[in-house]
Design a protein around this ligand. Structure first.
Ligand code: AP5
Length: 193
């Protein structure tokens, strides 16, 4: 099994590149943002609770997100591997993921961190906000999401760096060019399926 974390600030291209990677390498995509938005649109109790945090650009509590990930991994026991997109976002989530994968006799092999200048992030997310219908794609909430990223998520990079798993990728290039840079790293572990 090959397990990849796609890491980076809001708007860095995690969702976009996950789509490209999963098609090329036939991996299962787990996006905690998508899972949470699904709960919100189904108006589940979890979704109602999560929405309060998401609308303010704050992280949803760890225990909620970790529980969702665990059941999602169990849904596809025969997966070739997983792309974790937008997870882990705190050190507690990273440690919980390590334990979950260890229990399944596997581990995270690679963490690709997309690096994009902040003005590009804001431009991209405002652009997406014109059509996405995402209630968090407006300037006030985007600014809070980026602040939350620096405060709580960026430190997770050093957790993986100390394990020798982190590769930083310049994510300001056009989408196909960034994809090529990501593939170059992934090909060291698995080849396209
Ligand atoms: P989530 O859905 O994960 O949002 P995010 O991290 O803010 O990421 P985005 O989806 O906004 O950006 P992305 O990096 O995926 O970029 P994308 O490819 O879409 O989380 C939303 C909320 O849910 C959080 O704020 C939090 O409340 C909660 N949450 C989620 N996970 C959580 C967790 N683990 N713990 C706690 N809370 C959690 O691209 C963005 C735009 O840019 C698109 O329009 C795209 O077309 C464009 N674009 C992409 N690449 C390029 C490029 N190279 N050049 C030009 N444009 C590009």
């Amino acid at each position: 099994m090959f397990n990849l974390v796609l890491f980076g600030p809001p708007g860095s291209g995690k969702g976009t590149q996950s789509e490209n990677i999963l098609k090329t390498y036939k991996l299962q995509h787990i996006s905690t943002g998508d899972l949470l938005r699904n709960e919100v649109s189904n108006m589940t109790p979890l979704g109602t609770e999560a929405k309060k945090y998401m609308d303010q650009g704050m992280l949803v509590p760890d225990e909620v997100v970790i529980g969702m990930i665990s059941s999602k991994i169990d849904e596809t026991p025969d997966a070739r591997g997983f792309i974790f997109d937008g997870f882990p976002r705190t050190r507690a989530q990273a440690e919980a993921l390590d334990k979950l994968l260890e229990f399944k006799n596997t581990r995270i092999q690679l963490v690709l961190a997309l690096e994009v200048p902040e003005e590009d992030l804001i431009k991209r997310l405002l652009g997406r906000g014109e059509t996405s219908g995402r209630s968090d794609d407006n300037l006030e909430v985007i600014t809070k999401r980026i602040k939350e990223y620096h405060a709580k998520t960026e430190p997770v990079a050093s957790y993986y760096q100390s394990q020798g798993k982190l590769e930083r990728i310049a994510g300001h290039h056009p989408i196909p060019d960034t994809f090529k840079l990501l593939c170059k790293e992934i090909n060291n572990y698995i080849l396209p399926a």
